[in-house]
Design a protein around this ligand. Structure first.
Ligand code: G
Ligand code: G
Ligand code: NA
Ligand code: MN
Length: 255
């Protein structure tokens, strides 16, 4: 209750902002993008994770406001990386079902991209597979079609856990699949895990979808998913999510 009361104030005061976790191309080893992940810098309680405050945001009807704050932070970061001379292709932002249902979303994305003079392909929208599994999603389908038309990328998050049909993946204009951590974990040492990852990657390959392995924690998992043909890797084994200020040093060390 205490947290909830502070939420609107926290948004106004800039206490909630995105952290960034890098994604690497397995082909070049270079940074292909960063995923923006919301963090609440609480003055007394320190850093609060989204699992704790996102449900409160939804309940309080503040999802649209949070979405604006994270999108703004993500596009600002892209601009700052550009100015520092780093070549970061894209930033990925998570959107909840309620945000994706907002008919103003495509125009808002276009407006924000224009404001920062960024080309639409530099922004990727992450949609949870559980959202794509719902049948009452016509508004979301229309929105995502418009967002894809703009030129933004669409990633399907937590793939393999949310029971979306292949038909819905098509309807959602998905360009890239994020292979869930539960398959990637121990894929180097557990043959069953490795077979699951291989099967998902082969499906994506046949559908012409690019892929990201999530939750890569060890060099063994990194090498395994790369050898199986996964396009990108993301996880604690590469870097933990970090504040924008920390990204500059990390990028410089990686280059
Ligand atoms: O960063 P962490 O692993 O704690 O994130 C937990 C979950 O919160 C992730 O699954 C992610 O989808 C969700 N999440 C993180 N940031 C955002 C955000 O800015 N908006 C929305 N809607 N979800 C987010
Ligand atoms: O659902 P989504 O994929 O957006 O969630 C990303 C979440 O996973 C973030 O909260 C991030 O902190 C977390 N995460 C990222 N990489 C790893 C990892 O290698 N291991 C674990 N356990 N969590 C990770
Ligand atoms: Na995500
Ligand atoms: Mn995920």
């Amino acid at each position: 209750a205490e947290l909830r009361a502070g939420l609107e104030h926290a948004l106004d005061e800039g206490q909630i902002r995105p952290w960034f976790q890098p994604q690497l191309s397995t082909e070049t080893g270079e940074i292909s993008g960063f995923e923006a992940l919301a963090r609440w810098h609480h003055p007394e309680r320190g850093i609060i994770a989204p699992s704790e405050f996102l449900p409160l945001v939804e309940d309080a009807g503040l999802s649209e406001r949070l979405g604006e704050v994270i999108l703004y932070g993500a596009l600002s970061a892209l601009t700052r990386w550009d100015k520092a001379g780093h070549h970061i292709e894209r930033v990925a932002v998570n959107f909840s079902a309620s945000e994706l249902r907002n008919p103003r979303l495509p125009d808002k994305l276009k407006w924000e991209l224009d404001r920062f003079s960024l080309a639409p392909p530099r922004l990727t929208i992450e949609v949870l597979e559980t959202v794509a599994a719902r049948s009452d999603n016509d508004v979301i389908v229309t929105n995502l079609a418009r967002i894809a038309e703009l030129g933004c990328g669409i990633d399907l998050d937590d793939f393999g856990t949310g029971q979306a049909s292949i038909a819905n993946i098509r309807r959602f204009a998905v360009r890239r699949i994020k292979v869930d951590r539960c398959f990637v974990s121990r894929s180097d040492t557990d043959p069953e895990q490795k077979r699951m990852v291989a099967a998902i990657l082969s499906l994506c390959d046949r559908l012409g979808l690019d892929t990201v392995a999530e939750g890569v924690e060890t060099p063994g998992e990194h090498v395994t998913v790369a050898q199986l043909g996964c396009g990108h890797v993301q996880g604690f084994g590469i870097a933990r999510p970090m504040a924008v200020e920390e990204t500059f040093g990390w990028i410089a060390r990686h280059e």
